[in-house]
Design a binder for this molecule. Structure first.
Ligand SMILES: [Zn+2]
Length: 297
């Protein structure tokens, strides 16, 4: 199991559980509760990887409904998600899983490598397995990881928060998908944006939000003291610099400066805009990529 998942400590009490499909789930350990942000593809039992780090009561949340973030929900009794991502989750659960598996097989075969999943992986069971129970998040909802376990439908009164609490806030920013949620750790000042913010931003999906809605909503992050961000497909913490720079890139974007783009798995067409960064990124990255649809700007 430990060979399949690579567990890296990113900060005090913050771990990333990275899997061979190229996605990381984040684990935040508080004094009395822990939170798992996303569950990976679900090719292997991520709950066992979590238990090698902590045995505290676990709160499981999804940043959005894509299979590489919610595929491992089957290993948990309850998972929290934004109800606005139900349609995305259903589409991936019912139609995209075979495409995901086929894509991994063909890419690995072409590279002369074996399958991406462990030997005991049961593909049909994976297709069939869903989420046992969803709890629906509300925007601004917070969880206190230093408090005792609460019931599913209870929320923390944010006005009563103090330095004593280890609060994680759910921030709804429709973008990559309409129900995308970022999680902000008020104690460690780290933002977990899922796929909703990175140097490469995929916004061409049927269930993506309009580009300019996303650009506006991103501005609400300015009120938070964010010191680092950990996107799902990165193995290291990034500077918060991209929070301010991404809306500028969207401002510069135009159809003339873009080229046609086809999703590697579904063939779904869209447009791809690239912005060269000329050494300005503190993360040492040289390009911002944005995929989008011209009828959803
Ligand atoms: Zn995604």
């Amino acid at each position: 199991m430990q060979e399949y998942f690579k567990i890296n400590q990113m900060a005090e009490g913050i771990y990333q559980i990275y899997e061979p499909g190229g996605v990381g789930s984040s684990l935040i350990v508080g004094k009395r509760q822990a939170m798992l942000i996303d569950t990976g593809y679900g090719f292997a039992d991520i709950s066992k990887a979590v238990r090698t780090v902590t045995d505290l009561p676990l709160r499981v949340v999804n940043t959005h409904g894509h299979t590489d973030h919610a595929g491992g929900n089957r290993y948990f009794n309850k998972v929290w998600m934004n109800p606005a991502d139900k349609a995305t989750y259903k589409e991936y659960q019912n139609h995209q899983k075979p495409l995901v598996a086929a894509r991994f097989e063909s890419v690995r075969k072409a590279a002369g490598k074996g399958p991406i999943w462990p030997e005991d992986f049961d593909r049909l069971a994976w297709y069939a397995a869903g989420t046992k129970e969803f709890c629906w998040l509300i925007n601004g909802q917070t969880f206190d990881l230093d408090a005792p376990e609460e019931r599913c439908n209870q929320t923390f009164d944010f006005d009563e928060a103090s330095e004593e609490n280890h609060l994680i806030e759910a921030i709804f920013i429709p973008g990559h998908t309409v129900g995308s949620v970022m999680f902000f750790d008020w104690k460690n000042h780290i933002l977990f944006p899922g796929d909703d913010l990175d140097y490469s931003l995929w916004m061409h999906f049927k269930t993506s939000a309009p580009l300019y809605t996303y650009q506006k909503r991103l501005q609400q992050l300015e009120q938070y003291r964010i010191e680092a961000i950990l996107p799902s497909h990165r193995k290291q913490l990034l500077s918060p610099w991209i929070i301010k720079r991404m809306p500028e890139a969207i401002e510069h974007l135009s159809v003339e400066k873009s080229r046609r783009f086809f999703h590697p798995r579904t063939g779904e067409p869209g447009y791809l805009y690239k912005e060269i960064l000329n050494g300005e990124s503190p993360d040492g990255l040289d390009m911002i990529y944005i995929t989008y649809q011209i009828n959803n700007m």
